[in-house]
Design a protein around this ligand. Structure first.
Ligand SMILES: Cc1cc2nc3c(=O)[nH]c(=O)nc-3n(C[C@H](O)[C@H](O)[C@H](O)COP(=O)(O)OP(=O)(O)OC[C@H]3O[C@@H](n4cnc5c(N)ncnc54)[C@H](O)[C@@H]3O)c2cc1C
Length: 328
């Protein structure tokens, strides 16, 4: 945990009620950007960090594509800066986890924190993000950031001229494989079935791409590494048709089996799509199906999933919340 994040103390005592104009759920780029904009609009926002203060970027190393940094910035450092900016502009940060919500009676909304605090908010911005799905392989977690990734847009750049594998068979896997051809010398897609689930147009593009080959009916059983600090050197595969186990040399492993948005809390309270993402009924807005509740970042975005797009929608959500509050 980074410096400011480890210094955030919950100001909540058990059983207290905390009333606010705007409650922000989540401390990733979307949540902090919303907080900065809302604080500068004198809304005195309260931001609840959740269990991962700083969000997904705290588990990565170098971030090279967030504008404003001439050289790469470390993910935890970037989030530390955002947290400090949110506090500096006037955000109250609560180190708490929202465990239940009641949006059924309109504004003010009631939310319960794990600390025992009841939050009473005239408007809410949900920025609870999403988590990549992993395979659960023995060495997968240990090698994340050392050759194992779930984001080609984020990490593809580091594999210029190298060989990589992509695991999966849906749209995510095919899109990641196509993106990686801009950098890698060769991309091997590993799929446990004998056909893809991805859209036909994407499949056609993949089959026409000379840099991509596909291993069908194959599962990954582990990831191999060498050196200190370790770097990925290969994958252990099994052909499920003849049960043969073998290894394949590779420099990088991209797990592309989808993401899970953090929305179980909102089931029955907000409109969610079939994959659990928060639905934004009106384009170019952050307003959810309940007036006064806004959503920003990966929790409502299954396409872009970048820190800068999360920050962008965080800004939009704060501006939308400000307009909603002035109309009350
Ligand atoms: C390993 C890795 C590397 C990446 N590299 C890059 C990169 O180089 N460049 C790039 O642009 N993007 C990168 N990304 C993607 C980027 O991190 C995400 O797009 C971005 O973090 C999404 O921001 P967010 O604010 O929507 O949510 P998140 O960052 O996912 O944050 C969600 C927040 O919600 C909180 N939360 C969850 N549930 C609750 C609750 N019940 N109550 C209160 N709070 C809650 C969590 O604690 C967390 O703080 C990377 C992602 C990963 C996993």
């Amino acid at each position: 945990m980074s410096q400011i994040h480890s210094q955030i103390h919950s100001q909540a005592n058990t059983s207290q009620t905390l009333a606010t104009n705007l409650l922000i759920l989540g401390s990733g780029p979307a949540g902090y950007t919303a907080a900065i904009y809302a604080a500068r609009a004198n809304l005195s926002p309260v931001l609840v960090t959740g269990l991962q203060p700083g969000g997904q970027l705290t588990i990565t190393t170098e971030v090279e594509n967030y504008p404003g940094f001439a050289t790469a910035i470390q993910g935890p450092r970037l989030m530390e800066q955002m947290a400090q900016q949110a506090v500096h502009t006037g955000t109250r940060i609560e180190y708490d986890l929202i465990t239940s919500v009641d949006f059924s009676h309109g504004s003010p909304f009631h939310l319960m924190g794990d600390s025992g605090t009841t939050y009473k908010a005239r408007s809410v911005i949900i920025a609870t993000g999403a988590q990549a799905r992993w395979l659960g392989l023995p060495n997968e977690k240990r090698l994340q950031g050392a050759g194992v990734s779930a984001c080609a847009t984020c990490d593809g750049f580091f594999y210029r001229g190298k060989n990589v594998v992509v695991v999966g068979g849906g749209n995510t896997a095919v899109e990641e494989a196509l993106y990686l051809t801009h950098h890698a010398a060769h991309v091997t897609v590993i799929h446990r079935r004998d056909k893809f689930r991805a859209e036909k147009v994407l499949q056609e593009r993949l089959f026409n791409e000379k840099k991509i080959s596909v291993l069908w009916n194959t599962i990954v059983e582990d990831i191999l590494s060498a050196g200190t600090p370790p770097v990925v050197t290969g994958v252990v595969l099994r052909d499920i048709q003849n049960n043969r186990q073998y290894s394949l040399q590779t420099d990088g492993v991209f797990i592309a089996i989808g993401h899970t948005p953090t929305t179980s809390l909102f089931q029955g309270q907000l409109e969610l799509d079939s994959e659990g993402y928060i639905v934004i009924p009106t384009p170019r807005s952050t307003q959810t199906s309940v007036p006064g509740i806004f959503a920003a970042g990966d929790v409502q975005d299954k396409i872009y999933r970048q820190a800068v797009t999360a920050a962008g929608t965080g800004c939009m959500a704060a501006l939308d919340a400000e307009r909603f509050l002035s109309g009350l």
